[in-house]
Design a protein around this ligand. Structure first.
Ligand SMILES: NC(=O)c1ccc[n+]([C@@H]2O[C@H](COP(=O)([O-])OP(=O)(O)OC[C@H]3O[C@@H](n4cnc5c(N)ncnc54)[C@H](O)[C@@H]3O)[C@@H](O)[C@H]2O)c1
Length: 373
């Protein structure tokens, strides 16, 4: 079995999740290649060296370009803020590396397109961190739809709401930097758009409204100095899918009490599906045609029948967690690099998702429907 050298850029929330996932994937699954923790880059050498020691990387650097140039690195893993994704990914692809990049793929669809085209012409494997698509119960939902078990899908009502920006005292951060793209629509909306595309297919047209509720934020917690916020706090989209199904998509990071409401209801002509990431080991299925007085949603609980749940745990109902979804994502990436799987969602899909995000921003600005090719 050969090793694949990993170069991890960033060691925050996602950097740690990725490092954990590489280790877990190697032990949870039977993989054709083994990840090797080669080098970690962060914003300065002290931070990089502390994180490398903590997460098990052999070397560290305060300059991500050194990581990209390192011949022992075969896969560049980007978990830095959105505005940096394009430059880092293009440099990595030019250096002949495979690239694993966090979502949203880029600040704009134009940037995402450049990344997708560069990866395709260089023949590199790419993967974007839309980890919620990796949930075995979401694979079940997709299969229920594909088999026609709820008839034809005619409606999708989706939302991704969380409350981490609800407090106006929460400081301005890179998530409020317009150079990184939209606000809630990019940070959270990209996830529910990815889910909508995964389950129902391409979005052909949309109209959107967006608002910035907290117009200024302190530069640091407790500071009297503030900076203006130029990105959306919440967005509501009316969408039309290429299939003819219609629906709504919402994103908000100012929803008090919501911690992970990545949720949807899918309406079919003969049944419905309902899901929320806050109880993500469960899928609600309603099928028309039961006896009167006995109809209702059935709760399906994740278990070993829902691949790859069984690789983590032989017993149903014991539940997967967020980091397990990242582990499945990394498995798919390593299988693709090892020539044993398709991987994905890749940069091309990341670009298509970003086109919907950009269309929503344009629609809200110009107050009109936008057709997406
Ligand atoms: N898939 C998910 O569920 C999920 C969840 C959270 C964040 N994200 C995405 O992950 C990315 C990072 O988010 P996060 O929450 O981990 O942020 P974070 O702020 O916790 O971590 C970002 C890391 O990047 C480092 N960094 C910043 N500039 C750098 C530079 N020039 N060179 C090297 N390192 C640099 C920071 O020091 C930090 O270690 C974003 O694209 C975000 O959208 C995805």
């Amino acid at each position: 079995m050969r090793d694949v050298g990993i170069g991890l850029i960033g060691s925050g929330f996602m950097g740690k999740a990725h490092a954990l996932a590489f280790a877990a994937a190697a032990t949870t699954f039977d993989l054709p290649i083994r990840p090797r923790y080669v080098v970690l880059a962060d914003i300065d050498s002290a931070m990089a060296s502390a994180a490398a020691a903590r997460l098990g990387f052999a070397r560290s650097t305060g300059d991500w370009r050194t990581l990209v140039a390192d011949p022992a690195v075969e896969l560049v893993d980007i978990t830095a803020p959105n505005a940096l994704h394009e430059e880092m990914a293009l440099a990595a692809i030019a250096a002949g590396k495979h690239v694993y990049c966090e979502k949203p793929l880029a600040a704009t669809a134009a940037a995402a397109e450049r990344m997708a085209r560069a990866a395709r012409s260089a023949g590199r494997i790419t993967q974007v961190g839309f980890n919620y698509l990796k949930n075995p119960i979401i694979a079940l939902a997709r299969s229920i739809i594909a088999k026609g078990e709820i008839g034809d899908v005619v409606g999708f009502r989706g939302i991704h709401a969380e409350g981490y920006m609800a407090d106006p005292a929460t400081p301005w951060s890179w998530r409020h930097d317009p150079a990184g793209g939209g606000g809630a629509i990019a940070d959270l909306g990209s996830h529910i758009i990815a889910m909508a595309r995964f389950l129902v297919g391409p979005i052909a047209a949309l109209t959107a409204q967006m608002s910035t509720v907290v117009k200024r934020r302190p530069v640091a917690r407790g500071s009297a100095e503030t900076r203006p916020v130029a990105v959306d706090d919440q967005a509501q989209l009316l969408v039309r899918f290429a299939s003819g199904a219609t629906g709504t998509i919402e994103a908000s990071w100012i929803a008090p009490g919501r911690t992970m409401q990545l949720a949807f209801e899918i309406t079919g002509t003969q049944g419905s599906l309902a899901f929320t990431q806050e109880r993500f080991n469960e899928l609600q299925l309603y099928r028309a045609g039961g006896p009167a007085g006995r109809q209702g949603f059935t709760t399906i609980t994740a278990g070993p029948e829902h691949d790859p749940y069984g690789a983590f745990c032989p017993a149903p109902g014991h539940q997967l967690g967020f980091n397990d979804l990242k582990t499945i994502e990394v498995r798919d990436l390593l299988l693709a690099i090892g020539g044993a799987g398709a991987g994905g969602p890749d940069f091309h899909e990341g670009w298509q998702i970003q086109r919907v995000v950009d269309a929503a921003i344009l629609s809200a600005r110009e107050r009109r429907w936008i057709e997406i090719d």
